[in-house]
Design a protein around this ligand. Structure first.
Ligand code: KIV
Length: 510
């Protein structure tokens, strides 16, 4: 919940508030992140599907490659306004014009630290220069937002002067920037309220104090009607305020809709894949654990009433609820998960299985579906013949084309196949698919590798989730050899899916 100190600090649901996404500019400024033109295009398309109003596609001044990427985004002819970041220089505006953008963000200093220490100018000259730059951009028919960099550390009287000068020179809006994420909601509210008296205001907040969303909401409550965000909260240092968090907070707390929320998870994954930045498991909306329940009390409560331990349904943001198994799992969770896999057990057996799951969890292990099913077979004495078993695997990566050959037992018969791929794991997986034909017809829903020990002799744990029809199975395998761990996990998951195909599906929820 945002900090609300007075009745004026609430947000009316009939307000029009829009979101500006700067993943392709400020998000890309996160250390180690660099996006190709194709990746920018893919992300821009996802942003458009989600309904973002403005896409800051990059900084045209960065170089020819960046200009090509921005131009590719402007060529998409999106409904969203496509813009470029510009330093306070006419040359930057010219470069943005070369990319055919709809608008520019002209960034000028607003705190004395930036005016004197960074740019080496004076307050007066800064005002004059800002007015000239705005007039220049407007003469070229651009939509113009002036961003007062480091606004949260600026003298508010001067910030007001800068906003007035910008708007009088023709700027479409002024942006309050908490550049180093240093301020809190009270100051944000005061500064933005004063700026909103002058004209349209945006807010650009960072998460250095973990206050990105709080400050964005304080800005909206003070009158800002455009919020700068990035997908997954990517950005410099601790990142920018996350698009998905602002959108869900405005929707859930204030009934104010800004985006098509169902697109948020897909969007988060697209950005994570393109940037290589993994989604933190405990992150709101997009984290793996955001709708996963493990503890007995929560699982039991959730099975009785979906809303018991969730603020809103996972489907709202394009997700599904998951029950996880581990140290805190109770009987209700075990029973529900077994039912999903078509396994029946009586109450005593469920109690015994739950105890064994807890024991595994106590040893610090994450308990996968495969672990649960193996325990269940042991407890119920329902041994089964494996459908698929890995007998042998050879993989080479030294030559020009990584190659693998595989020997499997399939329904008791031996099958041998080979495959090639981008690396030994990929080659071995192709060989498995070749050997199994249609039996391998399952989607690899996720694939994670973790080094369990450090050093080059590390044991790695590979966890795969494979799905087919309405079932999915997670298996984790640890080995010194990553190819063997990956293939064993995959074969075991396929074996479980094929075995489950012979079982009835759990009845659908009412
Ligand atoms: C320069 C601006 C817009 C910025 O990214 C910031 O203030 O964080």
């Amino acid at each position: 919940m945002p900090v609300t100190h007075s009745p004026e600090q609430t947000i009316a649901s009939d307000r029009t508030v829009r979101l500006l996404d700067t993943t392709l500019r400020d998000g890309e400024q996160a250390p180690g992140v660099s996006l190709s033109p194709d990746e920018k295009v893919e992300i821009a398309r996802s942003l458009e599907r989600a309904g973002v109003s403005v896409i800051e596609a990059g900084s045209a001044c960065t170089g020819a490659g960046e200009r090509q990427a921005i131009s590719r985004v402007t060529d998409l002819d999106l409904d969203a306004r496509v813009t470029s970041f510009c330093r306070g220089m006419k040359g930057d505006i010219d470069l943005a014009l070369e990319c055919d953008v709809d608008g520019v963000h002209i960034v000028v200093p607003s705190s004395d630290r930036h005016i004197e220490g960074k740019v080496g100018t004076s307050r007066e000259d800064n005002l004059e220069r800002t007015a000239e730059l705005v007039a220049y951009a407007k003469d070229h028919d651009l939509w113009v937002e002036v961003i007062g960099e480091d606004g949260s550390r600026a003298d508010i009287d001067y910030l007001e002067e800068l906003a007035e000068t910008s708007l009088e020179a023709g700027a479409d809006r002024f942006c309050f920037a908490d550049t180093v994420g240093h301020t809190g909601p009270e100051h944000t509210h005061e500064a933005v309220s004063r700026l909103a008296e002058i004209g349209p205001v945006s807010a650009h907040t960072h998460d250095d104090l973990g206050l990105g969303v709080t400050n964005a909401l304080a800005a909206v409550s003070a009158g800002a009607d455009l919020v700068h965000c990035t997908v997954d909260g990517l950005g410099e240092r601790a990142g920018n305020v996350a698009l998905e968090e602002v959108a869900i907070a405005l929707s859930h707390v204030y009934d104010l809709e800004t985006l098509d929320l169902e697109e948020l998870y897909e969007l988060a994954q697209t950005v994570s894949r393109a940037t290589g930045v993994q989604l933190p498991p405990n992150k709101a909306v997009i984290g793996e654990n955001a709708f996963t329940h493990e503890s007995g009390i929560h699982t039991d409560g959730t099975l009785k009433d979906d809303k018991m331990y969730e603020p809103y349904a996972p489907e709202t943001v394009g997700r599904e609820r998951r029950l996880a198994l581990g140290k805190h799992t109770g009987r209700a969770g075990v029973k529900a998960t077994l039912e999903e896999h078509g396994v029946e057990a009586d109450d005593d057996e469920i109690a015994a299985i739950a105890d064994r799951v807890t024991e595994l969890g106590d040893r610090g292990r994450r308990v996968t579906d495969a672990d649960l099913l193996a325990i269940a077979e042991d407890v119920t004495g329902e041994d089964r013949d494996r459908v698929v078993d890995l007998l042998d695997l050879t993989a080479t990566s030294g030559g020009a084309v990584p190659t693998a050959s595989i020997r499997l037992a399939v329904d008791g018969e031996e099958r041998v196949a080979s495959g090639t791929g981008s690396g030994p794991v990929d080659a071995a997986v192709s060989a498995v698919r070749e050997a199994l034909g249609a039996m391998a017809d399952a989607e690899l829903e996720s694939y994670h590798v973790d080094a369990v020990t450090g050093g080059t002799d590390a044991v790695v744990t590979v966890e795969v989730t494979m799905g087919r029809n309405d079932r999915s199975v997670t298996v984790a395998r640890s080995e010194a050899d990553i190819t063997r761990a990956s293939v064993t996990a995959m074969v075991d998951a396929l074996d479980r899916l094929l075995a489950a195909d012979q079982q009835p599906l759990a009845p659908a929820d009412d």
